[in-house]
Every structure is written in C-alpha cells, then in structure tokens.
Design a protein around this ligand. Structure first.
Ligand SMILES: [Zn+2]
Length: 440
C-alpha cells in the first residue's frame, strides 16, 4: 500500500512538472520569487545556521539574492546547525561510511520527521561532503526525473519501459521511480565487465542510465544495446565519450546531478538546461566565459542549500531551439580542484582542464589518459596505450595547450608514462591537481 501511494506521489510530481516548463523568463522569475519567499521563511525558522547568516549580513529574508555565499567546506563545518532534521555530522558520516563498505546504497537515519537517506560526495583533498534527503524529497526528485527522462512522457508510459541503471550509488533514489509499466534493472558494478556487457546486451533496455565512464567501458567490452535514450549522469560528459556512446548505443542526453541537487535536465531537443523551476542560480564570472554557480534550492528542506557555491564551472548559451526559458548549459567544465596552477610569463596562471582535454583529444590512437599536476611545475601524463607514437604527440599537444593558456611551457616538466586501468564505478578524473601549494 505504501508503495502504491509512493507511485502516485511520484506520478503527481511528474504531471505537476509540466506546469513548470516555463517559456518566459519573467514568469520563471516570478515563480522563483514565490517559491523562495515561502521556502526561506520556513528554512530560517528551522535552520539556525541559515538564520544566523542573514543576521550576520544584516539582510532581510527578501534580500536573499545578496547573501554572501557559503561553500562546501563551510556547509560541512556548520552541518549540525544547518540541517533541519536534528542530525549530527558524526552520525551521518558513520552511517554513510558503513554503507560504502557494505555496498548498501540506501542507508537511512531516523529523525523526528521520518527517515532520511544519507550520501557522501567524493571530493579531492579530503573535501568530501555529506548529504541528506527526506523521503518526500526523494519522491519529488523521482517525479522530476521521470517527467524529463522517459521518452514521450506521459504517453511513453503506455508502453512498457525497460530501464537499465549502471550506478555505483544513489540506487535508492532512482528506485523510487519504479512502477508496473517501468521495469528497472540495476547492474552491479562490482561484477566483471564482460558479464555486465553480456547482461546489458540481453536486456535490451529502452532507457540506459549511467556514468559516461562506465557506459564507455561497457561499450568497449562489447555491449550491444539500442535504447531510445542513453542518459549520462554523475560525471561530466565529455565530447569524445558522447560521440562514442552515440555511435555505439544511440542518442545521448545528459542529467546534471550533483549531491548538491538535481541541477540540470535535458530538453525535448536533447540539450541540457538548468533546473531553474526548482533551483535558483546566480553566477560568479571566473574568466574565459566560465561561470561558477551559486545555487539556492527552492524546495530542499532537510539540508537547505541557500546561496551555496559549487566547485563546477559552466559555460551557458543564450536560449535553445526548444523555446524553454531555463538557460541552456553548453558545458559543465571540470571541477575547480582540477584546474592546474602553473608558472606563466608573469607569475602563476590557471590552466583549465578543458584545454588539456582538448589537447589529448588531438592525439591519434589515444584511448584514455590522465593528467596530474604533481609539483609546482610538474605534470605527469598517463597514456593508454603508451606507444612510440602517442608518447611524443601527447607531450607536444600538452605543451601547446599550456602555451595557449598563458603558461610558460619551457618551465614545466612533462613526464609521460602508462595509465593503469580505472575500475568501473570509480569516479574518473582525467585532469587532477595533486600539488596543493601556492594556491589560496
Ligand atoms: Zn532546449
């Protein structure tokens, strides 16, 4: 019975979502203002940390757009007084880590307002985040995903849909979407790749959902499937992966989902749009057209996200052929941690990971790579395959990318070596800064 009610709740959210597909920015903004007014009043009354931020800044709730942003480290430091479910960070972390060990990806903690689901986000340099969502928030999330991802919703539900999920975590969130007309299959990423590929080929899902690195690995392992849609989640979708997945499986759309929330969804034309019906975005310009989002989630109540600064960098475009008012995302660039910091002509310069990805994409015969900054002026370039052709070409392309970024390539040591395979399910970072010195 509870399960049936859940399904109806999810479908209700999914149908309601249709009203929120704004085609006019002024109407979208009015909707956000309305949501923010009610939501922030509730949050300020239940989250002492959030109330304190407004007091310290001398701002009324109505001036929320001017509130100084908080980042992940600040959120974690204030976790106990930020969340509205009376949770302690130490308890949340203990539950989350136990779940990682036992591969139970739906760990819950009891609270006075019902159980909450706990998740951890990986971060570099010990910068992990803890995230909690209530049951009601999960059901709403599921409705939004259903509305945006199922081909031809709601008529698409008249046909039986077979959905294959390749997910390391968060399985419980997606499971909420299940119903009689939806057949869900979860493929456990701990199993050998060729077994998973064979199972996927036998399943023939209509919707295939997973991180692009895992989908790509399955494709390379010989998986054949012709889904109506491939949905890339959890990682940045890079151009070469998109092209390979479209050739191998079919049309690829992207969901921009972080532990901070459901931030972007594909439109009917297959492009990624910000989820502005539920999340308000402000932006800080960081140069070269890249923008760092400062988001305010207009619904999330268990762990409010008010003027929360993300590590991601976005490139946005003006409008989309689909006519939706929500802004279109051209690119989710690598995390801030992955921008490199190298000597330039006058002082040190930032080298965006996109430049290095572009460089490596120009190396013929290269299938996979990783670039790590290991010192103030040291780059380690790991290549698969490492051959007499790929090694020198990769070094040439990296040096060109450095020069284009304003770095002094003559001062940078570039060492090439072989790349060890990444186990499926491990979040892949292709450009990483391990050296943490010299950067504020
Ligand atoms: Zn669009």
């Amino acid at each position: 019975m509870a399960e049936r009610l859940d399904r109806l709740t999810v479908l209700g959210h999914a149908l309601g979502e249709g009203r929120l597909m704004f085609r006019d920015r002024a109407a979208l903004r009015r909707h956000q203002d309305r949501q923010a007014r009610a939501h922030l009043r509730w949050v300020a009354a239940h989250s002492p940390f959030t109330a304190r931020r407004f007091l310290d800044a001398g701002l009324a709730l109505s001036q929320w757009r001017e509130l100084p942003p908080v980042d992940k480290a600040g959120m974690m430091a204030a976790f106990d007084t930020l969340n509205t479910a009376d949770l302690r960070l130490s308890d949340v972390l203990a539950v989350a880590r136990r779940a990682e060990d036992t591969r139970d990806f739906t760990p819950t903690l009891p609270t006075p307002r019902g159980p909450v689901t706990v998740g951890l986000s990986s971060g570099t340099g010990g910068n992990a985040g803890a995230f909690v969502v209530s049951r009601a928030e999960r059901l709403q999330w599921a409705g939004v995903v259903l509305r945006h991802l199922l081909p031809g919703f709601p008529l698409g539900l008249l046909r039986k849909q077979r959905v294959a999920f390749l997910l390391r975590a968060d399985g419980g969130l997606y499971r909420s979407v299940g119903s009689a007309r939806l057949d869900f299959r979860f493929l456990d990423l701990l199993r050998p790749l060729d077994e998973l590929a064979a199972e996927l080929s036998a399943d023939q899902p209509t919707l295939l959902i997973g991180p692009p690195s895992v989908l790509r690995a399955l494709l390379d392992a010989g998986a054949t499937a012709q889904p109506e849609r491939v949905v890339s989640v959890a990682e940045v979708l890079e151009d070469d992966d998109r092209a390979a997945l479209e050739r191998g499986f079919g049309p690829v759309v992207q969901v921009y989902q972080a532990t901070e929330g459901l931030l972007g969804l594909p439109c009917p034309h297959g492009h990624l749009h910000l989820n502005e019906a539920h999340v308000h975005f402000d932006f800080e310009a960081v140069g070269d057209g890249y923008l760092r989002p400062v988001l305010t989630d207009l619904r999330r109540a268990t762990q409010p996200m008010v003027r929360h600064r993300l590590d991601d960098l976005l490139l946005l475009s003006d409008g989309c052929s689909c006519g939706l008012a929500a802004r279109r995302v051209l690119r989710v660039a690598g995390r801030q941690d992955d921008a490199l910091n190298l000597p330039g002509g006058a002082g040190r310069v930032t080298v965006w990971p996109d430049f290095l990805r572009g460089a490596m994409n120009r190396v013929p015969g290269l299938r996979e790579y990783r670039v790590e900054q290991t010192g103030a002026a040291d780059l380690s370039v790991m290549l698969h395959p490492l051959t007499p052709e790929t090694r020198p070409e990769a070094c040439v392309q990296v040096r060109r990318a450095l020069e284009r970024s304003g770095a002094d390539a003559t001062q940078v040591r570039v060492i090439a070596g072989p790349l060890a395979p990444t186990p499926p399910g491990v979040k892949r970072r292709r450009v990483q800064r391990l050296w943490k010195g010299g950067v504020p």
